[in-house]
Write a protein that binds this ligand. Sequence first.
Ligand code: SIN
Length: 303
Amino acid sequence: MHNKAMSVTIAGVEMKNPVTTASGTFGSGKEFGEFIDLNQLGAITVKGVASIPWKGNDTPRIAETYGGMLNSVGLQNPGAEYFIQNDIPFLRQYDTKIIVNICGHTIEEYCEVAEKLADADIDLLELNISCPNVTAGGITFGTEPKMAEKVVSEVKKYTKQPLIVKLTPNVTDITEIAKAAVCGGADALSLINTLQGMRIDIHNKKTILANKIGGFSGPAIKPVALRMVYQTAKAVDVPIIGMGGISNGEDAIEFIMAGATAVAIGTANFFNPMATIETIDGIQKYMQQYHIDNIDDIRGIID
Ligand code: SIN
């Protein structure tokens, strides 16, 4: 296979292979760097960064469930200044692209963090209008097309990097939100964020998550995510980063055939720290097995 066989381009940014990490499942890569060679990743997508530090929700905020997990972290993060000083220099040691997920409670806060990062040495921004665990911002912007378009177009005034918009599956028709985000100026889309879910501890008669409701992710949601990537790829013309239950190369190939340009590994990182690397290897093996010279040749091949 030639060198560029697996490379993909998201909004003008070339990734050596289509595999990145789903925001919030990989931190800024420091812990995972002890297990895997971060140079091998197409990109690292970091945990959501806000303009100022956020403390997140009360604990417990993680719960295992059949085929996946629930989280209600609430976008805990140390803020943009800390991120710029500490995480970017760490990430820049590696030959991989940097995607920074950004969050806010209001349009002004989203714009503030985009402005703080405008001159930072990063490759792409991912606008999180899909977090289900905050009472302001997040999903509240991502479920209504007009709001989605508005926040994207406002943030675009402050960004210097191409903007990916991360979509929630918690809507009736994801293509309506996707089209609105593209109208607002999204250069690419990522989907899906988590599905809203909950668990109850029947012995203590209370919800397992302190926040009661959280975001459901992991292998169990893969068919839903795949369906939404497929529908969205047919509806818009920008590149898509597909995610939702991807654990290996075969899962990744499904998303690429559904129309994704790149894929992100999320929950699988928690049960297999090698999941990103194994996914890259799995894609390569599949391409060799079926004599596929370039990954572009299988993208979106499902009618
Ligand atoms: C969280 O921090 O609550 C999860 C992030 C997200 O779902 O976007």
